[in-house]
Design a protein around this ligand. Structure first.
Ligand code: NDP
Length: 292
């Protein structure tokens, strides 16, 4: 194995420590405690796990955590009323409605009812538009975490060939916009892409966000490329299960210059960026300088 393993867990701990420092200063110097509200509708087991760790880490960095758990049969009106209440609450600087929502609820409607200034997930149509036009916005947490790791690893990304596999609104598209903002030459690949292998082979940066276990084999990776594996896939392993990414780690690591592992890569960075976005939202709401 030749690639450097990008330690997302350690990097995320650094980001959280910085966030904790900003939170301390906000409390001491301004008397403000940044607050994050997380809304979970229903009992999706994966969402339960995410919401629990988000709440724990919010408290660990010194912020206020407000958890709202609603039953799966919650009506759209009830959910929208709660979002309205959180929009108006000065103690809440960030609002996250955990996706996916139960099918009877319109996710777009709900997300677009969040005050864009409190939309720490960056999914509100205003934030999407601001990001797409290169303006200051709330940036979705997973792509932001990926970008931070890429910058840390490579410094300037200008002129590099980047391929993003996946075109979802929460990962692929914002990731591509961020890379474009860094002056990469960006290709967005998806399930209809012809000859994906060739597309990936020319990339200096590969971001895989598909949700298919190990679908990118090592021999697609250009020598020395930087590989960011967003995928989280649970596969059987003996009598148990284990997590793998969208990239075949061992064979890709033999060719890549640097690669994120699964678990321990992108995942921890996502929550760290959520906390960082909440501090940013708090500073903006109070007319204070934003942390870098
Ligand atoms: P989606 O299912 O919304 O999107 C998957 C994308 O992959 C689609 O654009 C789809 O193309 C594309 N795709 C599917 N099959 C292929 C194929 N054979 N070749 C090329 N492209 C393909 O997923 P998400 O973006 O929400 O998530 C992707 C992965 O990232 C999942 O494993 C998810 O669990 C993980 N994830 C991890 C996070 C983290 O914090 N680490 C956060 C968010 C997601 P098409 O549009 O044509 O259907």
């Amino acid at each position: 194995m030749s690639a450097q393993i990008i330690d997302g867990k350690a990097f995320a701990a650094e980001v959280r420590a910085k966030v904790a420092g900003h939170v301390d200063r906000l409390k001491e110097e301004q008397g403000i405690t940044p607050g994050l509200a997380v809304v979970l509708v229903g009992e999706d087991p994966a969402s339960e796990v995410y919401v629990r760790s988000k709440g724990r880490m919010t408290v660990e960095v010194g912020m206020a955590s407000f958890e709202h758990r609603l039953t799966a049969d919650t009506s759209e009106e009830e959910l929208l009323t709660l979002v309205e209440k959180l929009n108006a609450d000065p103690k809440v600087h960030g609002i996250l409605v955990q996706l996916p929502l139960p099918p009877h609820l319109d996710s777009n409607l709900v997300i677009n009812s969040i005050d864009p200034a409190k939309d720490v997930d960056g999914f509100h149509i205003s934030n999407v538009g601001l990001l797409g036009t290169g303006q200051k916005s709330m940036v979705p947490c997973t792509p932001l975490g990926c970008l931070m790791m890429l910058r840390e690893q490579l410094g300037s990304l200008s002129g590099l060939d980047a391929v993003v596999i996946g075109r979802s609104n929460i990962v692929g598209k914002p990731m591509a916009n961020l890379l474009l903002g860094e002056s990469c030459t960006v290709t967005i690949a998806h399930s209809r892409t012809k000859d994906l292998a060739e597309v990936v082979r020319r990339a200096d940066i590969v971001v895989a966000a598909v949700g298919r276990p190990e679908m990118v084999p090592g021999d697609w990776i250009k020598e020395g490329a930087t590989v960011i594996d967003v995928g989280i896939n649970r596969i059987p392993s003996g009598e148990k299960t284990r997590l793998v990414g969208d990239v075949a780690f061992e064979s890709a690591a033999a060719r890549a210059g640097a690669i994120t592992p699964v678990p321990g890569g992108v995942g921890p960075m996502t929550i760290a960026c959520l906390l960082a976005n909440t501090v940013t939202a708090c500073c903006r709401a109070n007319g204070l300088a934003e942390p870098e």
